[in-house]
Write a protein that binds this ligand. Sequence first.
Ligand code: CA
Length: 391
Amino acid sequence: MILFLIYYYMLMGLVGSGLINMIDPMDVEQKIVGFKQNTKKASNMHLIQEYGIKVKKELPLVNAFVCEDNADTAAFHTLAEDEEVEFIEDDYVGTTQALSPTHVDLIQGQQMIPWGVKKIRAHEIWKAFDGEGVRVGVIDTGVDRSHPDLKDNIKDVYGVLDCKNIDDDNGHGTHVSGIIAALNNDIGVVGVAPNAQIYSVKAFDNQGRGRVSDVIEALQWCIDKKVHVVNMSFGFNMQSIALKKAIKAADQNNIVLVAAAGNSGKDNSVMYPAKYPEVIAVAASDKNDNAASFSSSGPEVNIIAPGVDIPSTYIKGSYRSMSGTSMATPHVVGTIALVSSVKKLSAQKVKELILSSAKDIGLPKKTQGQGQLDAYKAVANIRRLYCEQIG
Ligand code: CA
């Protein structure tokens, strides 16, 4: 008995110290059960429970529930037959789309304008337009809220993972947020739209992994916060009915949706949600206007933007250089913040404006889409088309 107690306390000590991880939450199997329109939440939940299936949480945006998948596949098979049920699918795990961060050299007491900002000519606009008053949703690994080059632009933060953690324990979300809206001051770097408002929602864990259900909850929060544009620097390999419905809902709420094409570097490999027609799918280019070797291509690619060796803010108040279609995406989002600070158009009009302002850099359409992002031209075009009265 005494030996058992000693063993028990040793084990608990190891668990408490984190040396033994109990279960990786991303390894837990779970399913999304979606119901047809006009079905009632209470009776739907009751129906699931009748099959002995445990409901983990509700996804009101898509009229669905996240359920524990306790390996009793027969129960799900029978439930799928019910006429109220529209779909049952795995709650897939997706990942952020960046390579490992590298060191970046900055001069003390001096601000550097990153090459990507210069390439899209965003810095030429700031005297007149800098993203002021534009709400930008960032669905990612969270953000370093106390970063001296970012904190004034962080308006709200939220977390949808089971742990409800909202701090960036990865770095990716802080990097993406800095590309959009690092402050225009005398330190570090500066974002594409240095006065835009960041609404950061943590839906990806410390390893950059998140589920479809997490993204759906995050989109719900972005809708509730009435953001104008959402940055999605992540991708799923698998098609998801639930994610497709959530994207459609956000689109119908007049939110511009922008996502990373993916980092597989293969043809016909654009990931979800970038692959959906409502979403601007962003490929990545380098300083010399070549497509990045990792940039996924395919007919769904809409635009190409800087995504190789991009310096930006990182966790613990630091800076790092990163590459990925994850980094190209926030250049487009920052540009949308710039044009939206000129005039608020419908999401559809914003999308058309950004794509029609892109510059053909001579790459195949499946690689560059409409061409390379051009913030200067996008702002010039919105003024020409919609604000003729302005000087
Ligand atoms: Ca700065």
